[in-house]
Design a protein around this ligand. Structure first.
Ligand code: ADP
Ligand code: MG
Ligand code: MG
Length: 884
């Protein structure tokens, strides 16, 4: 039989799915003997039944009545008894805490009769009436849907605590006028309606939006906790507070919290009166303080983690009202995990599971020194991390103008659209007053690596007047603001930037005590734990060297494009414009020495480790001047009556000849090598000669040649034949035996689907998940991210950008096919990934499960990939982080 209600004394924290987070932890505290006011939990099962049918499930009412009766027997009091009433709180609590759920209702059971009973038993007339007015206020606002401002206004008109009885009259009048019914006097009805209101709050708009964004399933439902009231507002020897077992900012142990005497729970957060630091409780009520310290130690040892707690003292008696594993900063997460592992409280594997790549990435950005900064001007959603400052501008044109003049700017908009793109490119940071993590501004800023805070609702923009206001503060165009994309805060003026000590550690190995040491130790354990290798995508010797310092064991993708830019662009032009073989060969021969130098330097920086060199990939016309520019040059020379430069004319005709409607799907990748004679030979020769040089110099070069955009095994076979021939030639000429593995990128669906055939020709596979995502979805990343993407994300058509997090259903399926069929055809085939997904935590977990040998990502993401590859090896599937 399904049970819809469970007593606190019956459950435990392992039942969070059934009891919600709050209920499971109340049960756990009860189980380990802490003083928790008795109560029971209406389970998520009951809520799911209610949501499915729109009515309380059969039997729920009886179960609630049964548990209530037991509660009354144990307390020796009855709910709403006119002489000595038992009072209750009704508290929502889902598996994951989320905004939009019903607020807690306190003092259920008070009515016109029992308020007198409470006054008599407590000996405090004002306190009883104050409790009653709180009930009407909370019930009226949350269950009956009355605008809470009406109660607040009435309260402001009668601030005197001696007038609470009259205030109750006012409140009841508000209820009558707004709803046409009386405030319900029957305690059972108060309880029933409160529970139902909690169920219904699962479907408020705010909760739904939040669940969609956080990927919380729609069908979990919430539990409802019904608990005996204790009173922190029963006089000076009562009070209420919150506390952490450690500092959630730094992870240090100590006494962290706030206490408010003669107050009920919600007064602490409401900021109505000033709280005192928790340490002062020692002088106010030593006995309770000592007991609280013992309980906090018990909780930390029991949960083996930082806990945050709510407590109330009623006339010198301490009660625990809530605990949970507390939220923390990235710094605290690493420090606490390492501390607990040091103490032996948890193992190092568990410590790894308690931190995340996302947190590590946050620790690698520079940050603002906010010591003297005070409160931020405004807060919003931390949409794209990092810290940046600049002059405020309100449109793209102004941003571009000032940036061109060398000024740093911050683009401030209500929200952004594709028209704002030039401004976003020009700006250091983007600030919007509307939109969340999936808004246009957020998606595009993350894609570009710009700092972004969005949805800063307090920011009121007056674009016409070229200024924005926050409260009374006016910020005019050109004034400087500092945007903290990691914290989601905006400050007036230029805050000093401090480099990240964690970044410095990766760069130099400098290992300071504190957070750096914690990161270092966790990374050491990660490296010992992970199965997958981590390489970097690097195109220059400097990037290769940095990647190596960051812990990359090789290069998974060396793009050769930049070797054809700058000065060398002229040589590419000459090659394209060549009218005969001799001309082309001359141009290619001129490209050989600089390419060979580049490869030699790369192989030296990664000596002893694999360097996967991709043959030229982009369409050749990308190396030619812009069509419009050329056309204008030629046309204006003609208009001036002169002869246009013949080189320009030939270039223009080449550009027109090579024009493609969809270059992404045109003449590029392996296709280029197969139709432009000599192009492959040039590159392979440059690689081969570099390898020979390094070998002669006593190095250990491990070049691998990678062929892009392969569709069929025949393409790869032809390239391989050419590679082998050229390397044999180089070996003959140099007298040094040069061989390189030849592999291919799998970045087209057809390649993945024919992986078995392609594997017959390939020494390795590297999944090019950027292009594989574009071609599987039929989306051009550059076009869609800035245009309709954010609309798709906001409407929930997409949950994540498939360019940030690998799409497991579609692209992931192709990945699995490529891995499985490739290895079936060629056992032991080495398979890696070189798309940007290689540095994305969720994708790294997927690649681990799919059996990849390594991931390759940008140098800065290498530490993140190392950590996540280890976490993936710990848990099957992506476990929610322990602090979620
Ligand atoms: P939230 O999830 O917003 O923290 P809570 O259910 O914890 O909501 O309750 C809000 C406030 O009411 C908290 O300060 C809590 O300590 C207090 N509270 C809840 N139940 C009781 C109770 N039975 N007795 C006294 N205070 C309570
Ligand atoms: Mg709470
Ligand atoms: Mg590609």
């Amino acid at each position: 039989m399904v049970r819809y209600v469970q007593d606190f004394a019956e459950g435990g924290r392992e039942q969070a799915d059934l009891l919600g987070g709050k209920g499971a932890n109340l049960a756990e505290m009860t189980r380990i003997g802490l003083p928790v006011p008795p109560g029971f939990t209406v389970t998520t099962e009951a809520c799911r039944a209610y949501l499915a049918t729109g009515a309380e499930p059969e039997g729920l009412a009886q179960e609630v009545a049964g548990h209530l009766a037991a509660l009354e027997r144990a307390a020796g009091r009855r709910l709403g008894d006119p002489d000595d009433p038992l009072l209750l709180s009704v508290r929502s609590g889902a598996r994951y805490s989320m905004p939009g759920m019903m607020e807690t209702i306190l003092d259920i059971g008070l009515n016109d009769a029992s308020v007198h009973g409470l006054a008599r038993t407590s000996g405090h007339e004002d306190f009883a009436w104050d409790s009653y007015r709180r009930l009407i206020q909370m019930f009226g606002a949350t269950v009956m849907g009355i605008d809470g401002a009406l109660f607040a206004e009435a309260l402001a008109r009668r601030p005197d605590p001696g007038q609470r009885r009259l205030l109750v009259e006012d409140f009841r009048r508000i209820v009558r006028e707004r709803t046409g019914e009386e405030f319900p006097q029957d305690p059972a009805e108060q309880l029933r309606r409160s529970v139902r209101a909690v169920f219904s709050s699962w479907n408020t708009e705010r909760a739904r939006v939040y669940r969609r964004r956080e990927h919380i399933p729609e069908d979990l439902g919430t539990a409802v906790n019904v608990q005996t009231m204790v009173f922190g507002n029963a006089g000076p020897d009562s009070g209420t507070g919150v506390a952490f077992t450690r500092d959630p900012a730094t992870g240090l142990q100590g006494v962290y919290g706030d206490y408010l005497a003669d107050a009920q729970g919600e007064d602490v957060v409401a900021g109505i009166r000033n709280t005192v630091p928790l340490a002062e409780l020692e002088t106010i009520d030593k006995k309770s303080y000592d007991q609280l310290m013992r309980i906090m130690e018990t909780l930390e040892n029991h949960y083996r983690d930082l806990c945050d707690i709510e407590f109330t003292i009623e006339r010198g008696r301490l009660w625990m009202l809530q605990t949970r594993v507390g939220k923390r900063t990235a710094e605290a997460a690493f420090r606490i995990a390492a501390q607990l592992a040091d103490e032996g409280t948890i193992g190092w594997d568990e410590a790894l599971d308690r931190v995340s790549g996302e947190q590590l990435a946050r620790l690698m950005f520079p940050s603002f020194d906010t010591a003297g900064a005070g409160e931020p001007l405004a807060r919003g959603v931390p949409a794209s991390p990092g810290a940046a400052f600049g002059a405020v501008v309100f449109d793209s044109a102004e941003a571009a103008r000032r940036a061109a003049a060398g000024e740093k700017v911050v683009l401030v908009r209500g929200e952004t659209t594709p028209d704002d793109l030039p401004g976003m490119v020009a700006a250091q940071a983007v600030l919007t007053s509307r939109g969340g993590k999936t808004s246009h501004a957020a998606v595009v800023a993350r894609g570009m690596g710009r700092v972004c805070v969005c949805g800063a609702e307090a920011v009121e923009i007056d674009a016409a007047a070229r200024r924005f206001t926050v409260g009374g503060t006016v910020v005019a165009e050109g004034e400087t603001v500092s945007v903290d994309g990691s914290a989601g805060a905006v400050h007036l003026g230029e805050l000093p930037l401090v480099g990240s000590p964690v970044m410095r550690y990766f760069e130099t190995g400098e290992r300071l005590p504190g957070v750096v040491d914690a990161v270092a130790r966790l990374m050491e354990h990660a490296d010992a734990t992970r199965r997958m290798g981590v390489r970097a995508n690097a195109d220059t010797p400097e990037d290769a060297a940095r990647a190596r310092r960051f812990g990359a064991r090789g290069i998974g993708l060396c793009r050769t494009e930049h070797m054809f830019l700058g000065e060398r662009r002229r040589l590419v032009e000459a090659m394209i414009l060549a009218e005969d073989d001799a001309g082309r060969e001359k141009a290619l021969a001129a490209l050989l020495p600089p390419q060979r130098e580049d490869f030699t330097a790369m192989l030296e920086a990664m000596d002893g480790l694999p360097v996967t060199i991709r043959l030229l990939d982009p369409p050749l016309h990308e190396f030619l001047p812009d069509h419009t520019e050329l056309a204008v040059r030629v046309a204006s020379a003609e208009a001036a009556g002169g002869e246009p430069d013949p080189h320009d004319v030939r270039l223009l005709s080449a550009v027109e000849r090579m024009h493609e409607h969809n270059p992404m799907l045109g003449l590029r990748g392996v296709r280029l090598g197969l139709v432009v004679p000599g192009l492959i030979a040039l590159q392979v020769r440059a690689v081969g000669e570099a390898v020979a040089r390094r070998l002669r110099d006593g190095g250990d070069p491990r070049a691998e040649i990678m062929v892009p955009l392969v569709d069929t095994s025949d393409e790869l076979r032809l390239v391989r034949e050419e590679v082998d021939a050229v390397l044999a030639e180089v070996s003959r000429e140099t007298g040094v035996e040069v061989t390189c593995p030849v592999g291919t990128m799998i970045e087209l669906p057809r390649a993945a689907l024919t992986a078995d055939r392609i594997a017959a020709e390939a020494d390795f596979f590297s999944l090019g998940t950027n292009d594989l995502t574009q071609t599987t979805w039929g989306l051009s990343r550059d076009d869609v991210e800035a245009s309709f993407f954010s609309a798709y994300l906001e409407r929930g058509i997409l949950r994540d950008s498939p360019f940030e997090t690998l799409d497991r259903q579609g692209v992931g399926r192709l990945v699995r096919i490529a891995v499985e069929e490739g290895r079936a055809a060629r056992p032991g085939l080495k398979v890696g990934v070189c798309g940007e997904h290689g540095g994305d935590p969720d994708s790294v977990h997927f690649f681990h499960q799919a059996g990849l040998d390594y991931v390759s990502c940008s140098p800065f993401r290498v530490p993140v990939a190392r950590l996540e590859a280890a976490r993936a090896a710990l848990v099957p599937g992506r476990a929610r982080s322990a602090t979620a």
